[in-house]
Each structure stands twice: as structure tokens, then as C-alpha cells.
Design a protein around this ligand. Structure first.
Ligand SMILES: Nc1ncnc2c1ncn2[C@@H]1O[C@H](COP(=O)(O)OP(=O)(O)O)[C@@H](O)[C@H]1O
Ligand SMILES: [Mg+2]
Length: 369
């Protein structure tokens, strides 16, 4: 194929926003746009196509498009947009760019005036596919979390109708359990709604002035009875003076209530809870001054392997313990999204047997980030 043809193909490919390659009649690469180079690496030209994209189905499609008289026609995936006349559309999974890529690939003949050959266009669906998988997991998780208390409720209704009908003692006990299970479902639904509300407005950064010190004092006052009941001594530092920053007071209250509640639930064996606010003159990650609020306990701590996943929806270190405590596994996911809406950071440090510290870092002003 002439240099001139290569040049013409190259100019055409550059206009395409997705990875696209052209191959000649010998199935050698004669063109690749910048998007293709980003995925498959440099030095793609004059290489056998099979060394660029190793996928039997795609290679077969390329062979057929170049010389249909020599090869059997591969089936085009009926769910994909129909390819150009004489072309094939298929799904393919292959490794490139140091990762697994799941893509829709369209192979079509080169325009006749350029010569015999094929065009290969690659639509990367990995991200969409991953999002879709996450959505499926989420629905499965929610269904499971709702089904568990619902099954318990139905079981007790059955028992109350049958064996326990005349047993006033059992009836009282069962109704208590039923109430607890119904409350768990109620809490789960409130938290799901809260999570979706926070996510929906995550891009809109709050700007109302909030006195963080007063907010923290009020959270601690609200939680004082629970702390006393758990036998936990609470200390507060740095909350004496007003500290005003842009924020959403309700959501920030939710953040600290969640963190304090967790410390009382999972860290109460240490007997102490410390809430401390400090000023950071320059927080590199936020590129500016910040306030840091640490909520720490001396409880059992969390094994290191769990730390990166702790803020995932429904992730718990000990699902049984969390359920016993009335938890839903959504608290820290909500916390994470609220902090992200405030353009802040959440840090989690923990050592097994020594305790846990959650630190919320919030920017002082609106000028950056
Ligand atoms: N202070 C803490 N000490 C030990 N483990 C904690 C602490 N805070 C959170 N965790 C762990 O993180 C998990 C997730 O917390 P969260 O999202 O608030 O869900 P929930 O409290 O509803 O279980 C908890 O189930 C618990 O295993
Ligand atoms: Mg919680």
C-alpha cells in the first residue's frame, strides 16, 4: 500500500474520537489514531494486527472483511449497532493498557479508493459495564438486607397465629422482636433515601456558613446519654471558640453523629471517646487551610485489610455484630459522600486492639477546590 494511502488513512482516523486502527490486505497495521495509541501503545504501524489486539474473534473478523472469498463469515452481534456493509460488529474482552478491556468492536472494509483492508473501531465499555455490575450488586444487597427482617416478621406472624396464639408471654416477646425488625427495615430505608439524596446533590457544593464547633458540641450533647449508657467517657478539644466554614449543617451533623455513634457501638470497650478539632494552616491535598476533626476511640480497632473498603455501601467488618447494634452498613458511605460534597477528606487510622481514629478534613473557605 502506498505511503500516500497511509497518510490519507491517518488523517481520517485522527478525526475519530474512539480508538480506531486501519489494516492493509496483509492484515498489517497501516494506521492508528491517538486514541488507539493511548490504549495499545506506540509503534503500532507495520505490525501484524494480531500482535496489536489479541482476540480470536476480532482477528477472524478482520481476515473475513479483507478477503471474504477466503474465509467463513463470522456472525455479527445482533445487539450492537449494525456495522457498515460487509462489516462485523462483536463484543470482545482483551488485555491492553495494563488492564482488561471489555469493548464493542466494529470491523468494516476500508473505503475502496484507499485499497483493500479493514477499519477496526473499538468502543470501550469497561466503565459502563463496571457501573452496571455495581448497580446489580447494590440491588442484590438491598434486597438481601430487606429480606432478612421481612422473613423474621413473617415467621413471627405465623407463630402468633398458630402455636403462640394463647401464650401471652410469648406474644409480648415476639412483638418486641417484630418491632425491632420493623424498625431495622425503617432505618434501612431512611438511610437509603438519605444516601441517594446526598449523591444527587454531591456536585453542588454547600456554601451556608456553619459554626462547626457549635455543631460538634450539639452532636456530643445529643449523644451524651448513649455515651453514658455505654460507659464511655467523652472528651472534647478545640470546640470552645466558634469555627465558621461553608457547609450544610444538617449533613455535617449526620457525619459526626455517625462517627460518634460508631465509636460508641464498636469502640466502647476502650471506655473513652475523644473529639478534637485542630486547624491546619495548609492542607496539601486541599491546597489551602483546613479544619480537621478527629473522632477517636480505644476500642478493638479494625484490621488493616478492611480499611480501604470501609466506606463502601453495606461493607461491614462483622455483619453479625453490626446487625446486633442495629447497623445497616450505610453510615460510612453516607459520611463519605457528604464529605466529598464539602470538598473535604476522610482519613481512617486503626490498629487492632488499640482503637480507631476517623479524621474529617474540611476546607476553611470556598475560594479553592
Ligand atoms: N470506631 C469503629 N471501631 C471499629 N469498627 C468500626 C468503627 N466504625 C466503623 N466500624 C466498622 O465499619 C463498619 C461500617 O460502618 P457503618 O458504615 O457506619 O455501618 P454500620 O454501623 O451500620 O454497620 C461497621 O460495621 C464496623 O464493622
Ligand atoms: Mg454506623
Amino acid at each position: 500500500m502506498s505511503r500516500e494511502a497511509q497518510r490519507r488513512v491517518g488523517g481520517f482516523l485522527e478525526a475519530v474520537p474512539i480508538p480506531m486502527l486501519a489494516v492493509d490486505a496483509q492484515a498489517r497495521t497501516i494506521g492508528a489514531n491517538a486514541a488507539a495509541v493511548a490504549v495499545f501503545g506506540a509503534n503500532l504501524l507495520d505490525r501484524p494486527f494480531v500482535t496489536v489486539l489479541r482476540h480470536p474473534g476480532v482477528v477472524q473478523a478482520v481476515d473475513w472483511v479483507i478477503a471474504p472469498e477466503l474465509h467463513a463469515a463470522p456472525a455479527s452481534d445482533p445487539d450492537l449497532p449494525p456495522p457498515a456493509e460487509g462489516g462485523v460488529a462483536l463484543r470482545a474482552q482483551f488485555s491492553a493498557d495494563g488492564r482488561r478491556i471489555l469493548a464493542e468492536v466494529a470491523v468494516s472494509p476500508l473505503p475502496a479508493l484507499i485499497g483493500r483492508g479493514a477499519l477496526v473501531a473499538i468502543l470501550d465499555r469497561s466503565v459502563t459495564e463496571e457501573a452496571e455490575q455495581m448497580r446489580r450488586d447494590f440491588v442484590a444487597n438491598v434486597s438481601h438486607e430487606l429480606k432478612t427482617p421481612l422473613t423474621a416478621l413473617l415467621g413471627f406472624i405465623e407463630t402468633l397465629r398458630g402455636p403462640a396464639r394463647e401464650d401471652a408471654n410469648a406474644r409480648g416477646r415476639f412483638l418486641d422482636i417484630m418491632e425491632r425488625e420493623a424498625m431495622r427495615m425503617n432505618r434501612l430505608i431512611s438511610e437509603l433515601l438519605s444516601l441517594s439524596r446526598v449523591q444527587a446533590e454531591e456536585r453542588r457544593r454547600p456554601s451556608e456558613p456553619v459554626d462547626l464547633a457549635a455543631l460538634l458540641r450539639s452532636v456530643l450533647a445529643t449523644m451524651a446519654p448513649a455515651a453514658a449508657a455505654a460507659g464511655v467517657a467523652v472528651t472534647a478539644e478545640g470546640l470552645e471558640r466558634p469555627v465558621v466554614l461553608p457547609g450544610d449543617a444538617d449533613q455535617l451533623t449526620q457525619v459526626f453523629q455517625n462517627l460518634v455513634e460508631n465509636a460508641l457501638k464498636y469502640g466502647r470497650s476502650g471506655g473513652v471517646l475523644r473529639v478534637a478539632m485542630t486547624e491546619i494552616a495548609h492542607e496539601p491535598q486541599l491546597r489551602g487551610p483546613a479544619w480537621a476533626v478527629a473522632v477517636e476511640d480505644r476500642g478493638d480497632g479494625i484490621d488493616e485489610i478492611h480499611l480501604p473498603r470501609l466506606t463502601e455501601r453495606f461493607y461491614r467488618v462483622d455483619a453479625h455484630r453490626s446487625r446486633e447494634e442495629g447497623g445497616t452498613g450505610l453510615g460510612l458511605a453516607i459520611v463519605k459522600h457528604i464529605i466529598s460534597r464539602h470538598r473535604g477528606r476522610l482519613r481512617i487510622e486503626s490498629r487492632r486492639g488499640e482503637g480507631t481514629r476517623f479524621t474529617v478534613v474540611l476546607p476553611q473557605g470556598l475560594d479553592r477546590g
